[in-house]
Design a protein around this ligand. Structure first.
Ligand SMILES: Cc1cc2nc3c(=O)[nH]c(=O)nc-3n(C[C@H](O)[C@H](O)[C@H](O)COP(=O)(O)OP(=O)(O)OC[C@H]3O[C@@H](n4cnc5c(N)ncnc54)[C@H](O)[C@@H]3O)c2cc1C
Length: 292
């Protein structure tokens, strides 16, 4: 195995494109190293992106948007003084990943690119319309394109990334006034388990009325599900009981889960509705200014 430490994305791209065997990028390594030690995947080329300038930075841009470096850990996101004020749902989703030790290593990008349909931060990223910078070679050098976070994961263990693609940043939009996001998951024990259901909600209010909403489910289908009917159940309401019931019905109807020892199809389907309601209540309170 060749271990590479490029100091630019251009070099990382060149190494990835020249590689002929199995390639992995090393961010926190909490998926890659576990798979390596378990003999599930042994990369021929392991490209450590943490030596590239800017990869450890969380930047609040002049227009209110955020740029999160690809080596920024969950702990660094949680400890950031203002990121959580803008996007508490995103930060709490990443904060659920693993233990304190895992938090010190795990990244948003690794969570996304590992390809699990149950990754905690992915519904949260999709709900807030995060986008991903992908750098690769072109005929004239390297170029970076922006892709919605929703378009990266394509199925269990699969992403839309192609040879040489290196994610070079995560872009988080500016938070809109009177908006709130939230993420909840169900796991069979109190911590250190994979989501049986994950639900992210992001909504915006005008007065007490919801004017925009996005509801995203994880772990209940081969990929993440953005549930338009669930968002429509919220829009125009003041989050009354009828809207919450319609939201739960739509979330449950969008599920296409597996049936295993950690949760039956019936259980996952019902819990999706329950968690969607609870996440919407939290997001609504945050949009009203609550510091929950
Ligand atoms: C004990 C334990 C508990 C866990 N608990 C949870 C949990 O509760 N919830 C959860 O969602 N996950 C959990 N995980 C899984 C893991 O911690 C997360 O998926 C984590 O976010 C992965 O991030 P990383 O930086 O460690 O990724 P890495 O292991 O470094 O990389 C993961 C994948 O991303 C790719 N990659 C990394 N960087 C880039 C890049 N810049 N461009 C393109 N591809 C890239 C790699 O090639 C690899 O395929 C757990 C893991 C362990 C070991």
């Amino acid at each position: 195995m060749q271990y590479h430490t490029p100091d630019s994305f251009e070099d990382a791209v060149a190494i990835a494109n020249a590689a002929t065997g199995t390639t992995r990028f090393l961010a926190g390594g909490t998926d890659v190293l576990v798979q390596l030690r378990a003999d599930i995947v042994t990369p021929d080329d392991l490209i450590d992106i943490k030596h590239i300038a800017g990869t450890h930075d969380i930047t609040h841009n002049a227009d209110g948007s955020w740029t999160i470096g690809v080596a920024v850990t969950g702990a660094e996101m949680s400890e950031h003084p203002t990121l959580k004020n803008d996007w508490p749902g995103l930060v709490e989703a990443m904060d659920l990943v693993g233990s304190t030790q895992i938090q010190g290593r795990a990244t948003l990008v690794g969570n996304l690119c590992n390809g699990s349909p149950a990754a905690d931060s992915v519904p949260a990223m999709i709900a807030i319309n995060a986008s991903i910078d992908i750098t690769n070679a072109t005929d004239t050098g390297t170029a970076t394109r922006q892709v919605a976070a929703a378009d990266i994961h394509t199925g269990p263990g699969k992403t839309s990334l192609t040879k040489g693609d290196v994610i070079s940043a995560v872009n988080i939009p500016a938070v809109q006034p009177n908006s709130g996001d939230a993420y909840l998951r169900f796991i069979p024990r109190t911590e250190m388990d994979i989501a049986v259901v994950g639900v992210a909600v992001n909504l915006t209010l005008e007065g007490d009325t919801i004017t925009a909403a996005k509801v995203v489910l994880g772990a209940v289908a081969p990929s993440y599900v953005t549930v338009t009917d669930a968002a429509n159940a919220l829009i125009g309401s003041t989050l009354d009981e009828a809207a919450l019931d319609a939201l739960a019905t739509a979330a449950s109807a969008a599920c296409n889960p597996i049936d295993d020892k950690r949760g039956t199809i019936e259980f996952r389907t019902q819990v999706s509705g329950v968690l969607a309601k609870r996440a919407a209540v939290i997001a609504y309170a945050r949009a009203k200014g609550a510091n929950t």
